[in-house]
Design a protein around this ligand. Structure first.
Ligand SMILES: [Zn+2]
Length: 434
């Protein structure tokens, strides 16, 4: 039975109204005691958290682990290593794998694989439609029984409104959230970046904001009609933020996420980074007014969670002409640093809000008990170092893929340690595999 004593940190858990400097003792996977000057039991590992923030463990609800089928991009071990290095105790993985996770046996396969090879908790999602083809509904009830925490056709959004409506009606029976990558493919077509002034100047085909917004609006209307829980993935435009605000005001059970790249970058990065394909993602980086709206949405609670859309790709899929490159960037190892540097330090949000955005609400979204800093709770803990200034380096990344636009960035604030079920999985940004 592993024992861990975290000494003298600022324990901060807004959901449990905990904010005090104390020691925290973990025994056998649970928080055994919280107090001052706790003695270290024989054989206990001790972490000195003086000057650091001890928070309930962070959860990322939008991750591509690429298993099964694309292990050359990422696998269970490397993806969860990237997660714990980034300060996450758990991830929700997307079903757009090969094959698509659209049946109970595939959900069970991922649950088993995560138990054997994962370094953090892994909650699989199941597809909305068979093969994510948008036609026939997948076996939603069976996938739920096997452990799927949500359904989504992320990457291949459900085109037909009636199919989505049926999926919502079905998912409501289990109170299962329907996560949607909102994109009308007839509007986005072969676009490769945001449609606007920069795309015109660069001569690249654009993706209009409306391609996202029409599906956001549709999903909110369907959520109102069916009573289903709808989660808007990675919203990127100012009108999407407004639509979510409107949907919530009307009483729709709608939640939304924003990614670190959408709150830090704009389409200008495509020009500034000289067509680097690490600025190519879907939805694309949009304009400054969109970025500002996302910051407002994060600050006022319209946006419920921060999620990364961690999308690892092999260099061969990125080292090509911009229009031909794969969409997506990695995000697990930079998210906490970007959130601390760009949201908390400038005062866009408080540290307490960050913890709600990255721990409490992500857990509530997938209907799991939120990690908590209370005696008896499971020991899922993220320790933050608010003062550490560090540079993002590709060679230090635990992910198999290095497709990040943040390589070379210097950030202040970092994850310091990650404890998953009582086991220390990361210390000072180094992964502890055993
Ligand atoms: Zn997506």
């Amino acid at each position: 039975m592993s024992t861990l004593l975290i000494r003298n940190g600022r324990l901060l858990d807004p959901a449990s109204r905990v904010d005090r400097v104390a020691d925290l003792l973990v025994v056998g996977g649970r928080i055994r005691a919280i107090g001052t000057d706790l003695p270290a039991p024989e054989g206990a590992a001790v972490i000195d958290a003086t000057g650091k923030v001890v928070a309930p463990g962070f959860i990322d609800v939008h991750v591509h682990l690429r298993v099964p089928g694309q292990e050359y991009k990422e696998d269970m071990r490397t993806g969860t290593a990237a997660a714990v290095r980034g300060g996450f105790v758990g991830v929700v993985c997307m079903p757009n794998t090969r094959p698509v996770v659209d049946s109970a046996p595939l959900v069970s396969y991922l649950v088993d694989l995560a138990a054997r090879e994962g370094l953090c908790r892994v909650w699989p999602t199941g597809a909305i439609t068979k093969g994510s083809k948008g036609e026939e509904l997948a076996e939603i009830g069976e996938m739920y029984e096997a452990g799927a925490c949500a359904i989504t056709d992320d990457g291949r959004p459900v085109d037909r409104a009636e199919t989505m409506r049926q999926a919502m009606i079905y998912a409501s029976q289990f109170d299962l959230p329907v996560m949607d990558h909102c994109e009308d493919k007839s509007l986005s077509g072969s676009g490769c970046m945001h449609e606007g002034r920069v795309s015109s100047a660069l001569g690249l085909k654009g993706i209009p904001s409306a391609s996202e917004e029409v599906h956001v609006a549709r999903n909110i209307l369907l959520a109102l009609e069916t009573g289903a829980r709808v989660h808007i993935q990675h919203l990127s435009s100012r009108r999407s933020v407004d639509l979510v605000r409107w949907g919530k005001a009307l009483g729709a059970r709608v939640t939304a996420e924003a990614t670190p790249h959408h709150f830090t970058l704009t389409d200008q990065a495509v020009a500034d980074m000289a067509y680097s394909t690490n600025t190519k993602m879907n939805p694309p980086l949009r304009e400054e007014a969109d970025r500002q709206a996302i910051l407002e949405g994060i600050a006022d609670g319209t946006i419920d969670v921060i999620a990364t859309d961690h999308a690892p790709h092999h260099i061969d899929e990125k080292d090509v002409e911009y229009p031909l490159a794969a969409f997506g960037i990695t995000g697990l190892e930079t998210a906490v640093g970007l959130a601390l540097d760009r949201l908390v330090r400038p005062g866009v949000i408080s540290l307490e809000q960050l913890i709600l955005l990255m721990s409490t609400r992500p857990a509530q979204l997938i209907r799991r008990t939120p990690p908590a800093l209370t005696e008896g709770a499971e020991a899922d803990i993220t320790i933050l170092d608010l003062d550490r200034t560090w540079t993002v380096r590709a060679e230090e990344m635990a992910s198999k893929s290095k497709n990040s636009p943040f390589i070379g960035w210097t950030l202040t604030g970092a994850p310091h340690a990650t404890v998953v079920g009582g086991r220390l999985r990361m210390l000072e940004m180094k992964v502890i595999a055993e």
